[in-house]
Write a protein that binds this ligand. Structure first.
Ligand SMILES: [Cu+2]
Length: 161
């Protein structure tokens, strides 16, 4: 019930945001309760909800040799996985960063071939990785893709045959 109310609230706010300019690149460092509701843009790290937990790859670790296609399973503790689209405290979704380190807190995770979003709430994937030594970072971010930062990130280095 609570979730549904928040969802409706963010839908309404989303519609309003389309009608107005929604502040351009304003990054006003004020503690406004409503601020998190229109954060389709990056925000200050201080505006992020407290991230209390960790993420990790459950089936691979640094030093592993992998063969394409690689199956990866993503874990999280202290927060819950929830599909993207609404901001719900204590939740977020996984991102796989290929060849990259964590995304700073508050920054929206880019969407490109090296930043894979699991906005559906997926906790696993099977994909082809570049061969050789590859750095993989798992990054948790909120419902609007704003990174929870280094604290909710985990980086490993694997070798792909
Ligand atoms: Cu995302």
């Amino acid at each position: 019930m609570k979730t549904k109310n928040i969802f409706l609230g963010s839908m309404l706010f989303g519609m309003m945001s389309f009608g107005t300019s929604c502040g351009g690149d304003l990054n006003v460092p004020e503690k406004n309760e409503d601020h998190s509701m229109h954060s389709h843009q990056s925000k200050d790290a201080s505006e992020m909800q407290e991230a209390t937990g960790k993420v990790f790859f459950t089936n691979v670790k640094t030093g592993d040799t992998l063969t394409n296609p690689v199956a990866l399973v993503y874990g999280v503790e202290g927060m819950e996985v929830h599909p993207a689209g609404e901001i719900i405290e204590g939740t977020g979704h996984h991102h796989l960063l290929i060849g990259l380190d964590s995304v700073p807190a508050g920054q929206v995770v880019p969407a490109d071939k090296n930043h894979i979003h699991y906005g559906g709430g997926q906790i696993a994937d099977t994909l082809d990785l570049p061969s050789g030594n590859v750095k993989l970072s798992l990054q948790f971010a909120d419902g609007m893709h704003a990174s929870y930062g280094n604290k909710m990130s985990h980086t490993i280095e694997v070798f792909v045959k």
